[in-house]
Design a protein around this ligand. Sequence first.
Ligand code: SF4
Length: 313
Amino acid sequence: MSESTPNDILSWENLIYIADFLQNSQERMFRILGGEPTLHPQFNSMVIYLLERGFDVSVFTSGVINDNVLHEMGSLFSQLPPNRLTFICNLNDPDKTRTPIAEQEAVRRFLRTMGPRVLPGFNIYRTDFSLDFLFKLINEFGLQRHIRLGIAHPIVGKKNLHISLDQMEKVIHSLFLNRPMFERMRVKPGLDCGFPMCKFSDDQLAWLMRYTGGKSEFGCGPVVDIGPDMTVWPCFPLSSFHKRSLLEFNSLREIHEFYDHIHQAVRVEAGGIYPECDGCWLREDRICFGGCLAHNLRHFKDELPVRMKEMYQ
Ligand code: SF4
């Protein structure tokens, strides 16, 4: 925090503007992210404000939360209906990551305090992973029986650890090694964006559809992120792609239409992450969206600048 500048902290004025903007756009969900949102000195007060304005609030957190803030959260929010305030907590496998003991204990305190409000998440950034540690935490702290599974995608304009295209099948293989535990623990897998449908076998797709009640999607599209400085961008991997100011738009729909148009322009240049995406009937029928757009934009940057100018902004 010592290095943070005022721009990194959402002001009350901007929060109120965004709340007005979303309510005028008939959006009832308010999703709060960071870095780590609970580091904001007004975090609890801002959550109360949003709840009192009728928003259902969802907080993406690492679970590493200052004890005083966590204690106050526990007393403030314990009586709230679960759907009004949920926490999506991305958890790391302590056996596979060098997470300091102090952080692991902080996460356990958070899970103990907020257990039933917590939807566990796991970001897949390597091919050899196991979810056993997550099933154990779900059971121990009574977390929601759903795991949000995200793939670490490339970030356009940056160098980050991510799953490459030729690693997708290994990732799906590792995921399905957890199938027996999903069934025994009655936990549902939730696929986040950018999974290529064709890399799943028919048996795996059938299990996913049956087990998630047909809720598995193979999407890629603008989720719309809003920064503390009121800039907007399509999603995390595209956080520097066609950045705009929220003040340029009158509604959430206008922002989605703006970025949908750009997504379509990229999909004209390249249908998806694989050459076979062009002409794939699953993409034509919008069953699979062709994987994460960030892969295509990175490819464009590595080649001669022959594409439409929108591809390079
Ligand atoms: S659109 Fe591309 S990623 Fe999706 S199923 Fe077709 S070929 Fe696979």
